[in-house]
Design a protein around this ligand. Structure first.
Ligand code: ATP
Ligand code: MG
Length: 615
């Protein structure tokens, strides 16, 4: 990409909205509060007032004993250790450890915490807890966004991921997509502000949901290298590409634009992210390579290219020209909606009455169904939503399951589909047996979800004495970490694989030459944490997942049994072919029968044995 020299670019200064008053690049001045890779240590509290410290120094021997309230300003002595009857001693710590505070001293330290500050300190929550994981998370956040954007705009995704080694443990990461691009004014907020996005307030199937992902990657890059990120985006042939260089002001959770201007870019539309970060790039399990490999498995409609240090470029060509159908935002389904949520929805509703509220705010609630619910709940249909009492709301919640309400609409979820899953697995590995099951959509806590499971079994490329390989996905995004904390893993582990002829130790994944691919698609995937690596253990999800796994298992069991039967038959047939002629000869000798009669006897014997074998 060439920059157009003629373009006049703004001086390197923060954008007016984002510029921190009185100082430049506020964030970069505070590296000590944000050390690398979780090296944070607890800092001692503020220094103790002198009077208290003096008391502590006067009684250095006193170490044990319960703490007692201390009166501010007046120095209190510590009781002697052998004074058994003494009341609970007012205890203070040694000077080095500081001293106890008061409501007032504590109050002086209480202040709002910016979401960026919080996540800068708790970066592990977002998947940036180790240098090896950091690079994977950064790639994942960018690629997930690229795929989401392409699908939302109905564009076949072309994605390029590049990792370039700059020096030891420092890399330049580039992720480029053929998506719709990002409107110029939105770029700073998307990349320079945590909790800013288009997906959080909607119930719609997408990989992203929280509005943290890509800005967290930007923040991590900034914390570890001090360098700004570069974002190029173009929204169509008629507009020019725009390049931004930006950072995050973590104190304010706001973007700092260092530079921006139009540039030449051969792509007609798309987005390119470039960042430098401290990390360790390596191959193997849980690597970027593995992640992209799995992305290709669950996204056969995407074309993915990967350039990594010291390796040949990798290309996953598109397997299908068919894009997933556009995802549709939906209203919540009544099954599983929680009381607090219902009350909150009613408080904020502008509906005329509770009947109209129910039929307009929930999916699959017709006026008739709403009436049935309200009759069972004994809530007058004309009640204003905001006037519904807590008890009435509870009665409505209890009435939902007593009324037949249609399942959530099926067309809001898109799964890969059984045929494409099998095709993907066939590209992945040469196996003896493939199968896939996509379950019908159902609901957990009012959110529609759908699961699908596919497996590949046997063949020379897989080892038979190892635990199966389990690939987990949520809305087509691979889940790489926290396998054991995930409901998908629990569903696979709690399936009785032995009944399908597969070895399994108690509480473990089965042992077999097998790859299992399992995915949940939902308008809201219940992740166990912000890093979106494990699905929470909702009974409904585990149940559905198990049903799909069991169906695959049954088909696999039938295949294994058929194989065993065929082998058995072949063995028996070989016995018949081997021994019957000898019996014929023996009979001929014993009974003195003719050759013709001997042939007939052999024929009858073979026929009888064949028939009994088939029974
Ligand atoms: N490559 C891209 N092309 C177009 N829009 C994008 C792209 N990357 C991000 N966006 C927009 O920026 C928003 C913020 O992205 P971000 O990854 O921070 O959050 P998210 O994807 O909404 O949720 P999550 O935190 O779960 O990833 C997205 O919601 C999307 O609207
Ligand atoms: Mg995202």
């Amino acid at each position: 990409m060439k920059r157009k020299p003629a373009v006049k670019r703004r001086a390197r200064k923060p954008a007016p909205e984002a510029r921190p008053k009185g100082r430049k690049r506020a964030v970069m001045e505070e590296p000590e509060t944000l050390p690398l890779f979780g090296e944070e240590t607890m800092k001692p509290a503020a220094k103790a007032p002198t009077a208290q410290a003096a008391v502590v120094e006067a009684s250095p021997a006193r170490k044990k004993g319960p703490a007692a309230p201390k009166s501010r300003g007046s120095a209190r002595t510590v009781h002697d250790e052998d004074d058994d009857d003494a009341p609970a001693a007012p205890r203070t710590r040694s000077k080095a450890a500081g001293s106890y505070g008061t409501a007032e001293t504590i109050a002086s330290k209480q202040r709002e915490i910016s979401v960026s500050e919080f996540f800068a300190k708790n970066r592990h929550m977002l998947g940036f807890d180790s240098p090896t994981r950091a690079i994977l998370t950064a790639v994942k956040e960018a690629v997930d966004n690229s795929l989401d954007a392409c699908e939302e705009a109905g564009i076949a995704p072309d994605i390029v991921v590049e990792i370039h080694e700059i020096s030891e443990n420092r890399y330049r990461l580039v992720v480029e997509d053929s998506g719709p691009g990002i409107v110029k004014q939105q770029v700073p907020k998307i990349f320079g502000k945590l909790l800013y996005g288009s997906k959080f307030h909607e119930l719609r199937q997408s990989r992203g949901q929280q509005g943290i992902g890509i800005s967290a990657a930007v923040m991590y890059a900034q914390l570890t290298t001090g360098k700004p990120v570069k974002i190029t985006s173009r929204t169509g042939a008629k507009s020019k590409a725009h390049l931004y260089e930006l950072q995050i002001d973590t104190k304010k959770n706001a973007p700092i634009v260092l530079d921006d201007g139009a540039v030449e870019w051969e792509r007609l539309h798309g987005t390119r992210i470039e960042m430098e970060l401290e990390a360790i790039y390596q191959k193997g399990k849980r690597s970027v390579d593995q992640y992209l490999h799995q992305v290709a498995l669950a996204n056969p409609h995407a074309d993915i290219r990967f350039i990594a240090p010291k390796s040949d470029p990798v290309h996953y060509a598109r397997l299908s020209d068919q894009l997933p159908p556009p995802s549709v935002p939906i209203r919540p389904h009544p099954y599983g909606v929680e009381l607090g949520v219902l009350i909150e929805m009613m408080q904020g509703s502008s509906a005329r009455n509770v009947a109209s509220f129910l039929s307009h705010e929930f999916s699959r609630m017709s006026a008739k169904t709403a009436d049935e619910v309200l009759t069972i709940a004994r809530v007058p249909a004309k009640t204003k939503p905001a006037k519904v009492t807590r008890d009435q709301a509870e009665a409505i919640i209890k009435a939902f399951p007593k009324v037949k309400i249609m399942r959530p609409p099926t067309d809001v979820l898109s799964v890969v589909g059984e045929d494409l899953l099998i095709k993907s697995l066939q590209r992945e590995i040469k196996a003896d047996f493939y199968t896939a099951v996509s379950r019908p959509p159902t609901v957990y806590r009012g959110n529609p979800f759908q699961v699908e499971v596919a497996l590949a079994y046997g063949g020379p490329e897989m080892k038979g004495d190892e635990l199966v390989t389990l690939y987990r996905f949520a809305n087509r995004a691979p889940l790489i970490y926290q396998q054991n904390a995930c409901a998908i893993t629990s569903a696979v582990m709690s399936t009785a694989w032995r009944s399908y002829g597969i070895d399994q130790s108690k509480g473990a994944l089965p042992t077999a030459p097998m790859i299992i691919l399992a995915q949940i698609a939902s308008v809201w995937v219940p992740f166990t944490s912000e890093s979106k690596e494990a699905v929470a253990h909702y009974d409904d999800i585990i149940k559905e997942m198990k049903l799909a796994v069991q169906e695959c298992g049954r088909r696999l069991g039938a295949f294994i049994r058929r194989g065993a039967r065929e082998r058995d038959e072949a063995k028996k047939r070989s016995y018949i072919e081997k021994y019957i002629p000898h019996i014929g000869i023996a009979l001929q000798e014993i009974l003195g029968i003719s050759e013709k009669e001997e042939e007939k006897v052999v024929e009858t014997l073979v026929d009888t044995l064949e028939r009994s074998r088939k029974l």
